[in-house]
Design a protein around this ligand. Structure first.
Ligand SMILES: Nc1ncnc2c1ncn2[C@@H]1O[C@H](COP(=O)(O)OP(=O)(O)OP(=O)(O)O)[C@@H](O)[C@H]1O
Ligand SMILES: [Mg+2]
Length: 362
């Protein structure tokens, strides 16, 4: 079983220097608003993904007035200890070490300590633009397949270069349209790899999301999920070639896997337009639990699960169902936050599992 035994945060967000030990498979973290519950979960997420779940820029994670931070943790996997350190140097350079060895590339770390996070902010996955849904599926795919991650990095790098060329062509700084041939050819390899992987992935996970949704909400409400991609109808070469004139006019690449989406419908209407609050919550939890199940199957052990503020989001019955599911024997370590010690205790008591509570103070 994968578990995090302790963590030390230095200059990370509101923490100047603090250590926590986790001796149980289930850890409840409670404290008033603003004490740092979410930040602590985010630090755990950081050890898994080498970045914050919330902020793209690492500067926002540095304790105000300081420069640089350090997060250090000890994991146990199959009875062996693993020491992970993430450092943001004062120079802005990021370093990640596993058992004192520096990774040449941060991507080498992703997937070693899988983790699933559920936070109130996640409603965005359903309500906002397609980039949020790609972020959801990519986080999962990258943890399962390091080659996918490398292709994704390569694709994004090439895409930026192509977009830069499109701007130059549009503003007539460059007239070298031939260079587009080069980028288009280069984009196809990582682009096709990503497309094929996503196709397999969605074929598996979408039915699983649907059945978990049904389990949580009691019926399926006519929920339909499907993978949407330009590549489903048009081969890559043709796609990029066809959209060239439009791309130059708009100064960016308008077709390709960076536009993929999950189409979500309820009674044949766009989900976000007609779903109730409760239906949204159910879908979100179904997506996250499907992610959890898939990681568990692929890795052969359960990922760590981080539940932030879920008590505020779900009614008592749904909450109990969710906890029963993730706390079932054979499942992994769970971190859960709440503002009320009594509420978190009450829920965990009902499950008759070993748990520890950590109270945070300002
Ligand atoms: N870079 C930073 N430096 C110093 N403090 C920070 C930094 N980033 C966030 N904070 C502080 O961290 C606190 C928020 O912490 P966090 O979001 O973890 O609280 P919480 O316990 O989850 O609260 P809630 O119950 O409201 O969700 C805020 O007071 C915020 O000002
Ligand atoms: Mg919080």
């Amino acid at each position: 079983m994968l578990s995090l035994r302790n963590i030390t945060l230095t200059q990370y967000k509101n923490y100047l220097q603090e250590s926590f030990s986790f001796d149980q498979p289930i850890i409840g973290i409670y404290g008033n608003n603003g004490v740092g519950k979410t930040n602590l979960l985010d630090a755990i997420y950081y050890l898994s993904f080498t970045r914050s779940y919330f902020f793209k820029s690492d500067l926002q994670n540095v304790h105000h007035g300081k420069s640089g931070f350090r997060i250090e943790g000890n994991f146990t996997t199959d009875m062996t200890d693993q020491h992970v350190v993430c450092i943001l140097r004062e120079t802005g350079r990021k370093e990640v070490l596993l058992n004192d060895e520096l990774y040449p590339r941060l991507s080498g770390h992703i997937g070693k300590f899988p983790c699933v996070i559920i936070t109130p902010d996640d409603a965005r996955i359903i309500t906002e633009g397609s980039d949020e849904r790609r972020r959801y599926s990519d986080a999962l795919l990258c943890q399962m397949d390091t080659v996918y991650l490398q292709h994704l990095i390569e694709y994004n790098r090439l895409l930026q270069q192509r977009n830069q060329l499109l701007r130059s062509l549009s503003e007539r700084i460059s007239t070298d349209r031939g260079l587009l041939d080069v980028y288009d050819a280069q984009l196809q390899r990582p682009g096709t790899y990503i497309f094929v992987k996503r196709q397999h992935f969605f074929r598996e996970i979408l039915p699983s999301i649907r059945s978990i949704y049904q389990y949580i909400s009691g019926n399926d409400d006519g929920l339909e999920l499907s993978y949407h991609s330009d590549l489903l109808t048009t081969p890559y070469a043709e796609l990029l070639y066809k959209s060239r004139d439009r791309d130059i006019m708009m100064q960016r690449t308008l077709a390709g896997i960076h536009r993929d989406d999950i189409d979500i419908r309820l009674q044949n209407q766009p989900f976000k337009n007609i779903a109730s609050q409760g239906q949204r919550k159910s879908l979100l939890f179904a997506m996250k639990l499907a992610e959890y199940d898939m990681l568990k199957t692929v890795k052969g052990f359960a990922p760590i699960i981080l539940l932030d503020d879920v008590f505020e989001k779900l009614d008592a019955l749904r909450m109990h169902q969710l906890l029963e599911r993730v706390c079932a024997p054979g499942n992994g370590q769970l971190f859960i936050t709440d503002t009320h010690e009594s509420r978190i205790r009450e829920h965990l008591e009902k499950l008759s599992v070993d748990y520890a509570l950590i109270g945070l103070k300002q």
